[in-house]
Design a binder for this molecule. Structure first.
Ligand SMILES: Nc1ncnc2c1ncn2[C@@H]1O[C@H](COP(=O)(O)OP(=O)(O)OP(=O)(O)O)[C@@H](O)[C@H]1O
Ligand SMILES: [Mg+2]
Length: 248
């Protein structure tokens, strides 16, 4: 028998109403471990709002969000981060006047180290983790560069790195390749495939080439509801999806 506990994330009958308008309306979907799930749909479909609900930025009117069996709807934003859910917003929130190294270092979870007061040892652990993440996000050669001098794409990667260093089990990215060059998009797809070992990723994207490159499964939202779900090939061939989104 399949139960909720077989999924990393179970969203069930989730609804949020803003002055009577249901931006997310009876939404249910399930994300597996090590899965890249992409959420697509027209502007205003409720995609960003769905992530806002999962990360606790917005409170649900009703429904449930279970992550590793824990109910998230009653938890505060920082508790949800602590439970292992990381969220990247549309605009990078990096520190422009700090270097790449410092931006990553500042994001390393406090109190995670087993070395306690032995700061020397902790520093070594943090430095090697910073270097490891920098390598992953293609910024190993830019560690001493101030973040303000990075390209738009590199800034997006840095912010992903700032989340990765916290080692979340679920990473949520809202339009990560918007404004990126073609080669940066290809590298971002490569990055996502690399980071799902031991974690899952939910990505919102409008770039269908990129979606095709990364998605294990695609959930299509329209007016706050799921209208189709499955492989990219499945949803692309679904007349409902063509009608409200892909045909435009
Ligand atoms: N705090 C809020 N108060 C009132 N309405 C809101 C609020 N947040 C979102 N909405 C409305 O909910 C709907 C869904 O918005 P949302 O930002 O989730 O769409 P989206 O699918 O992310 O669209 P896009 O592709 O343009 O980013 C929109 O009509 C939006 O105006
Ligand atoms: Mg959005």
């Amino acid at each position: 028998m399949t139960t909720d506990n077989d999924f990393l994330l179970s969203v069930e009958a989730l609804t949020v109403s803003f002055d009577g308008f249901k931006a997310v309306d009876d939404l249910s979907f399930y994300v597996d471990e090590n899965e890249i799930r992409v959420i697509i749909g027209p502007n205003g479909a409720g995609k960003t709002t769905a992530l806002d609900l999962i990360c606790g930025k917005t409170r649900a009117t009703s429904g449930s969000i279970r992550f590793r069996g824990k109910e998230l709807t009653a938890m505060k934003e920082h508790q949800i981060v602590h439970a292992g859910v990381g969220r990247k917003f549309q605009n990078p929130s990096i520190y422009d006047d700090l270097t790449v190294f410092e931006n990553l270092e500042i994001s390393y979870p406090k109190g995670r180290s087993v070395f306690g007061a032995l700061t020397f040892k902790r520093d070594g652990v943090v430095t090697s983790r910073v270097e490891e993440v920098a390598e992953m996000i293609f910024l190993a050669d830019h560690l001493e560069e101030r973040a303000e001098f990075l390209s738009h794409g590199q800034k997006q990667w840095l912010e992903i790195g700032m989340l990765l260093i916290q080692d979340p089990e679920l990473l949520m990215l809202d339009e990560p390749v918007a404004g990126m060059s073609v080669s940066e998009r290809v590298k971002t797809a490569e990055l996502l495939h690399r980071i799902i070992v031991g974690r899952s990723v939910i990505v919102i994207e409008h770039d269908m080439k990129f979606v095709e490159d990364i998605a294990h499964r695609v959930t299509v939202l329209h007016q706050g509801r799921v209208i189709s779900e499955g492989t990219m090939a499945h949803v692309q061939a679904d007349p409902k999806v063509v009608e409200v989104y892909l045909g435009h």
